[in-house]
Write a protein that binds this ligand. Structure first.
Ligand SMILES: Cc1ncc(C[n+]2csc(CCOP(=O)(O)OP(=O)(O)O)c2C)c(N)n1
Length: 325
């Protein structure tokens, strides 16, 4: 058989254009938002001054008590930005966040969407608001370290893992118009509550109830150890998920084009498996990134230097200008 190489190449190009879920500009917009939110997470966790690095970082700029969680934040920012890109205009869409300990990420996104400003007039979407957000995170009389009732959309104190998926099914009951995405940590899925919530799919009549989009955040680790699901082969994990009646859709969370395609797929009972590297962008890898990497940044020269390099790597002033126009 004879193939016209030029024609095949053209078809290949057409296929790729057709398959591309969003344009390059939208992909860049999502990536920028994620980077900016990642920066805001580091700034909230560490800084009490010099929030956009106007001068060289000093010990005085670092908070005296470093309390919060970094490792999970990048994945939350990825999920938030990708879902927002698709569902921003859909008033029947809800996002349920399992890992409430990743609060710097939720807080950053709510600030950027002007949701925080609605309940706290100091959280304006400008430089003063950014300084307020960062300075008062995990601070006496300021924002707490975990999602709490003072956060828009949150009714209970965050911190106890396991209920996200069950809550999502509850929210969808009797609301066929609703779409509910729910982010579940791979450590969280080891809790009895989360694991057994997978059985709720069987009890759910899709015609009378809303649509559930579970997203497993497979970043490989719990606190200091690998998660069980990260130790399974992809095939084993997929088969486990299939056994609960879902269609597993596994992808690299940093590939925005694929992320968008997968979220838009029409699979029956999809179960998204978003793979990320825990603590991506930070100085430590994997489990060491769970809470505060560089815990001695207030007193140790080399840790302060590493923190300065980490913060600078985001080019925060440029990002600030690009995102807050
Ligand atoms: C019921 C419950 N058990 C234990 C903890 C302690 N804990 C806090 S974070 C965490 C690890 C969570 O891992 P994962 O869900 O994978 O989130 P990530 O790795 O993205 O931070 C654990 C076990 C908790 N918060 N709730």
């Amino acid at each position: 058989m004879f193939y016209d190489v030029k024609l095949v190449f053209q078809k290949f190009l057409q296929y790729n254009l057709y398959m591309s879920a969003v344009g390059t500009i939208e992909i860049e917009k999502i990536e920028r938002r994620v980077r900016f939110c990642d920066y805001l997470c580091v700034a909230q966790l560490f800084l009490q001054d010099n929030f956009l690095l106007d001068r060289e970082l000093s010990f005085n700029d670092v908070k005296p008590r470093l309390l919060g969680h970094w490792g999970t934040c990048h994945g939350i920012n990825l999920a938030y930005a990708n879902l927002k890109s698709i569902y921003a205009e859909d008033e029947n869409f809800l996002f349920v966040l399992g890992p409430g300990h990743g609060f710097p990420a939720l807080n950053a996104n709510l600030w950027l969407d002007k949701e925080l400003e609605k309940i706290d007039e100091k959280a304006t979407l400008d430089r003063a608001g950014l300084e307020y957000l960062c300075k008062t995170f995990s601070w006496p009389d300021g924002f707490p370290s975990h999602a709490s009732p003072m956060t828009p959309g949150i009714i209970t104190e965050g911190g106890e893992l396991g209920y996200a998926l069950a809550n999502a099914y509850g929210l969808a009951l009797g609301h066929p118009e609703k779409t509910i995405a729910v982010l579940i940590g791979d450590g969280e899925l080891e809790t009895a509550t989360a694991l057994d919530s997978l059985n709720l799919r069987d009890l759910f009549d899709a015609s009378n109830n809303g649509k559930i989009l579970p997203i497993l955040h497979l970043n490989g680790y719990k606190i200091s150890a690998p998660s069980i699901y990260a130790r399974k082969s992809e095939r084993e994990l997929n088969e486990m998920i299939r056994g609960f009646g879902f269609t597993p859709l596994s992808f690299n969370g940093d590939d925005i084009d694929v992320f968008q395609k997968v979220l838009k797929s029409e699979s029956n009972s999809p179960f998204f498996i978003m793979k990320t590297e825990k603590g991506k962008g930070g100085p430590n890898s994997h489990h060491e990134s769970h809470q505060i990497p560089l815990k001695n940044a207030k007193t140790d020269e080399s840790e302060l230097k590493a923190l300065a390099e980490w913060l600078t790597s985001y080019a925060p002033q440029k990002l600030f200008q690009e995102v807050i126009q």
